[in-house]
Design a protein around this ligand. Sequence first.
Ligand code: ATP
Ligand code: MG
Length: 558
Amino acid sequence: MSETSEGAKDFIRQIVSQDVDSGRTRTVVTRFPPEPNGYLHIGHAKSMCLNFGVAAEFGGRCHLRFDDTNPAREEAAFIDSIKDDVSWLGFDWGEHLYFASDNFEQLYLWAQHLIGEGKAYVDDLSADDIRAYRGTLTEAGRNSPHRGRSRDRNLDLFARMRAGEFADGERVLRARIDMASGNMNMRDPVLYRILHSPHPRTGRAWCIYPTYDFAHGQSDAIEGVTHSLCTLEFEDHRPLYDWFIDNLPVPSRPRQYEFSRLNLSHTVLSKRRLAQLVDEGHVAGWDDPRLPTIAGLRRRGYPPGAIRDFAARTGVTKSDHVAEMALLEHCARELLNKQAQRRMAVLNPLKVIIDNYPEGGTEDLDAVNNPEDASAGTRPVPFSREIYIERDDFMEEPPKKFFRLAPGREVRLRYAYFMTCRDVVKDGAGRVTALHCTYDPETRGGNAPDGRRVKATLHWVSAAHALEAEVRLYEPLFSQANPETGGDLASDLNPRSLTVLEGCRVEPSLKDLGPGETVQFERLGYFCLDAESRPGSPVFNRTVGLRDAWARMQAKSK
Ligand code: ATP
Ligand code: MG
């Protein structure tokens, strides 16, 4: 049972619980209703966790319904990506896959029903005029001159709209409710518009399409949805949702409840903004690892469990709130720390020659796969006379607090030996190109029998055995916590959001890693093998580093 941090049920679960206890709801039915006009993002993950979560907790079911009422913006490819993402996150709609477009004929009949009851009419006003007639928040609207059309005339015109006699925008079907209503959504909302545009599923069968408002609640009713959970911007649409349900012979009575949407710092969560980033080429595609899309997070190496954990921790409320990117990263770190196998990799290699190690010699050392999980065992890591260490782990003239390798200083090579730096090799420009060191054969495994200590343990790879790899490091896509949403998104982009490192060296066991698998590179963070990898030339994405900004923030606030 997913609960808020106070240990109390969130308000949605309280409502569902009461409905079940009172017998009003027998089987809890929810739905996740994406519009196939883009990829899903982490905000959608929150909605899925709520809808699928509530259904599971109350022994009900959750439908996957595509809200495909606007063919101008929707594509079949998005349907596939959405299904993939929902499954990957761990949710199963079973046989309950639906499309609003499956209901087009029924919705048409219900629109006719409203006309028959005098509750809908065909309007010839242009979109601009409809807007002008609608009035404002402080001023009542005016009735359209076509509002008084007879029932038969309306039925005839509506049939001719369907038959394709009119051009896009020439006529609409509107509900006849109340042009003076305090709620703008009730001022004769549009139910159908003409759009001579093929639909990904119904092809050219229709040239009129229902609006979201007319399709959504009725689709809920057809499917037997009991609790229709949506975000707060639909709160003002609820009277209209109920008006349709009250005025149509629908087979069930769903109810809509609204919760606040998830916002996330340092990024944008709107398909329109995300599409803009993709279309303008600021990112490489919808699955760019910098994007908060499910596909991007997955490619970045986020485990689905971390995303679900994050969604649960952000709670279900009615108040606006921006979740910290640091919390999402914290959730990934916490899970990966338990799950991810440890490996060694050197991002910025510096060659080390161990002068007293036998030339041509090599040996396997035992490395622990996961200190958090003894059952993960150990693996052999080859060691030899020439190794690479991280360039940053050496300083020729170390300042006081630098405890890693320096001339004359001894350090530990993880799982291997103690090693002392003896000499520095430089090129003509004075840049260090290699180090000569010696090792102490008595310290195999990383401990000195005489008990002497060193202040640093370095990771390393054997030069002859290592694989060359490309590594991609990421920072937030936006430098601002709250990026410009007014229009000029590009000006807030973080120029350092992607750093590509070539010529990295990783231990040879990584050749067996599968695409999408995430490991910890010791001391460097968690890394996921990218699908763009080729045999022999792996590409890794850094999921998150090891430093935990969230944990530090929490500690400070205590
Ligand atoms: P966007 O504003 O990003 O384009 P949307 O609401 O138009 O999103 P839909 O495909 O219509 O996208 O959304 C499917 C479901 O996911 C809806 O029930 C919607 O309320 C929910 N949802 C979308 N964004 C969020 C969010 N940031 N937080 C929580 N739920 C969300
Ligand atoms: Mg929407």
